[in-house]
Design a protein. Structure first.
Length: 86
């Protein structure tokens, strides 16, 4: 009789610890991101002139160099937006 009462008390005590709260299961999905080929290549760096005659020649080179760098930065930013989820 003691064992029956002890079992009954244990069952009541254990059932008091259970919860009915549901825990959502997080589903992880892997997805493949296709990056357009146009974003994978940058404008080529301009070739420095062998002989620069005027400051205008140097200025044109520097402008083309800056444009090539900006092209790469913009494309990298676009790839980052595609790949990194916010």
């Amino acid at each position: 009789m003691k064992y029956v009462i002890a079992s009954f008390i244990a069952a009541i005590a254990l059932s008091a610890c259970t919860t009915t709260k549901t825990v959502p299961v997080v589903e992880i999905r892997e997805r493949r991101v296709e990056v357009p080929k146009s974003l994978l290549t940058c404008s080529s760096e301009p070739v420095a002139g062998n002989v620069w005659v005027t400051q205008r020649d140097i200025a044109r080179y520097l402008v083309r160099l800056a444009e090539a760098g900006e092209d790469c930065r913009l494309k990298l930013a676009a790839v980052r937006r595609l790949v990194v989820e916010k």
